[in-house]
Design a protein around this ligand. Structure first.
Ligand SMILES: Nc1ncnc2c1ncn2[C@@H]1O[C@H](COP(=O)(O)OP(=O)(O)OP(=O)(O)O)[C@@H](O)[C@H]1O
Length: 255
């Protein structure tokens, strides 16, 4: 796999327009219509800022941890890197094939069979149809779900569902792996198998970006980290330094 993978973000911001419940309600719309308010008086959405002026360069060999409190912008940043969100300002340059191992439920259809969902989910995480079809048998075997793969997804337990998600996610390779903290999946035996497979994927990837609240996971996986605070990069540096700053901010201190 090429080692030329890189990511450059310049001054990236993401803001979401949000209408309040009151502005969206049918009653409010009806009242506005009967009082003949002009379009100029239509409610303006409030903007929620999720990322603000983010500058970031990630090079081949980097294992970047993204840490920050709830709502700091971690998932939004992963989604920008995956091309799911386009920035409202700034530029994003991602060179290399991205494997998006987060947003676990995306692409699944409750009424479709396990086999059909293998294809759907594979396409969502960035694989080509031919690639998924070529690995179908291998993915099915890894799930250990046997004939149940012919049944609709709505009949699966949550553990079975996780097996399917994980098997698809880790059958495909990417130069850039985007991940959050969902690794603790399934029962004990499956978790061990899953962890080994994920480690192999991460080892082969040129770049890993891991967004997590799990300090040990970041410490054991990443060589660089950024601390996000209210959508901005508050600090960037070695994993050790950034975890120190994060834990000092939360008042937890280091173990
Ligand atoms: N679709 C959306 N519409 C409106 N606001 C959003 C949307 N997605 C995220 N936000 C807001 O953007 C900010 C960043 O959210 P994000 O999910 O990226 O944070 P996070 O760091 O991943 O949080 P957590 O650790 O809780 O998962 C939050 O204020 C959130 O409310």
């Amino acid at each position: 796999m090429s080692s030329a993978a890189h990511i450059v973000l310049r001054n990236v911001s993401v803001a979401f327009p949000v209408l309040s419940f009151r502005d969206r309600s049918l009653r409010s719309r009806f009242v506005r219509a009967v009082t003949l308010r002009s379009a100029g008086n239509a409610p303006r959405p409030r903007l929620v800022s999720a990322l603000n002026g983010v500058d970031l360069e990630i090079r081949a060999g980097d294992r970047l941890g993204i840490i920050g409190a709830n709502g700091a912008g971690k998932t939004t940043l992963l989604r920008v890197l995956a091309g799911i969100y386009h920035p409202t300002a700034g530029t994003v340059d991602v060179c290399g094939r991205c494997l998006s191992l987060f947003d676990l439920a995306a692409g699944f259809d409750e009424e479709a069979t396990g086999y059909e969902n293998i294809l759907r989910r594979g396409l969502v995480i960035g694989a080509r149809r031919t690639e998924i079809e070529a690995r179908r048998a291998e993915i099915a075997e890894f799930t250990e779900l046997g004939d149940r793969l012919d049944l609709p997804l709505r009949t699966y337990s949550s553990g079975m569902m996780l097996r399917l998600i994980f098997a698809v996610a880790t059958a495909i390779e990417g130069e850039i792996v985007l991940l959050d903290e969902w690794i603790g999946v399934g029962d004990q035996q499956f978790r061990k198998k899953a962890r080994q497979r994920l480690d192999a994927i991460v080892a082969r990837a040129g770049i890993l970006v891991l967004a997590s609240h799990d300090i040990d996971l970041i410490k054991n996986t990443c060589n660089r980290a950024i601390l996000l605070r209210e959508g901005r990069i508050a600090a960037a540096g070695s994993t050790e330094d950034i975890l120190d700053q994060y834990l000092a901010g939360t008042g937890e201190g280091r173990a």
